[in-house]
Design a protein around this ligand. Structure first.
Ligand code: BGC
Length: 233
């Protein structure tokens, strides 16, 4: 297959769902997005099996991009707070590449989402609201990889993830969660003085707090669309 016809299977591994889509070289989707529940317990083997199962609906593709919900270094997982401890030290890129018989690149899920959202100008911060709290920071399009703001202290002795992750949303309800989100946005602006903040993730649709003009909600599919950028040198 010629370089300019390569199709990329993009995979988003989340705490509650695993999603796939195939992108053309420009990053446009050429298949319908498919989703399956994240298996329980979410150990490496069952998660890899779900990905293989999902590929059945996606036709052919030449390479694979994966967003993983934890710190990833050169294809190997270092943390997986919302999945399972068995992931720590697991070489996901190599294992998946063996299963799918295609080259595989893996990055943090919020980093992949950010790559699909940013304009490439100035300081751009991305946060994702789902099972966990993801974060990614870019300066003129250059990524600072594996920014793990979710596990940093936010307020009342709790981290951003403890205050704004899905467990918190279910415990405190939409109104309180939205109030907390407003405070988090203010706090993040003080810290980063970003030009833009993008908010993605499965729970972003629950946002009802007024957002400043430099804060934008991005659709959840951005997590998959960012996959094309892992192959742009
Ligand atoms: C993980 C991050 C991830 C985020 C969203 C956090 O718990 O530590 O790496 O980006 O959840 O999935």
């Amino acid at each position: 297959m010629e370089e300019n016809n390569l199709r990329t299977l993009s995979v988003d591994i989340g705490g509650s769902g695993i999603k796939v889509i195939v992108l053309d070289t420009k990053g446009n989707p050429i298949t319908e997005r498919e989703r399956l529940e994240t298996p329980k317990p979410p150990k490496p083997k069952p998660v890899l099996d779900v990905i293989t199962q999902l590929t059945a609906s996606q036709g052919d593709y030449e390479r694979v991009s994966v967003g993983f919900p934890g710190v990833v270094r050169q294809g190997t997982v270092e943390t997986a707070v919302n999945l399972h401890p068995d992931w720590i030290g697991f070489d996901l890129a190599t294992a998946l590449s063996k299963n799918l018989k295609r080259p595989v690149r893996v990055v943090n899920d919020a980093d992949m989402q950010g790559l699909g959202a940013i304009t490439g100008k100035g300081v751009e911060l991305v946060i994702t609201l789902g099972t966990g709290f993801g974060s990614a920071l870019f300066v003129d399009g250059k990524l600072l990889p594996n920014l793990e703001m979710g596990h940093h202290r936010f307020r009342k002795g709790e981290s951003y993830e403890e205050q704004l992750g899905r467990v918190a949303l279910e415990q405190v309800g939409h109104n309180k969660w939205n109030k907390r989100l407003g405070k988090a946005i203010a706090s993040l602006y003080h810290l980063f003085n970003y030009d833009y903040l993008y908010i993605g993730g499965g729970e972003a649709k629950k946002i009802n707090v007024d957002l400043p003009p430099n804060v934008k909600i991005i659709p959840n599919i951005t997590g998959l669309l960012g996959g094309i950028n892992l192959w742009r040198e």
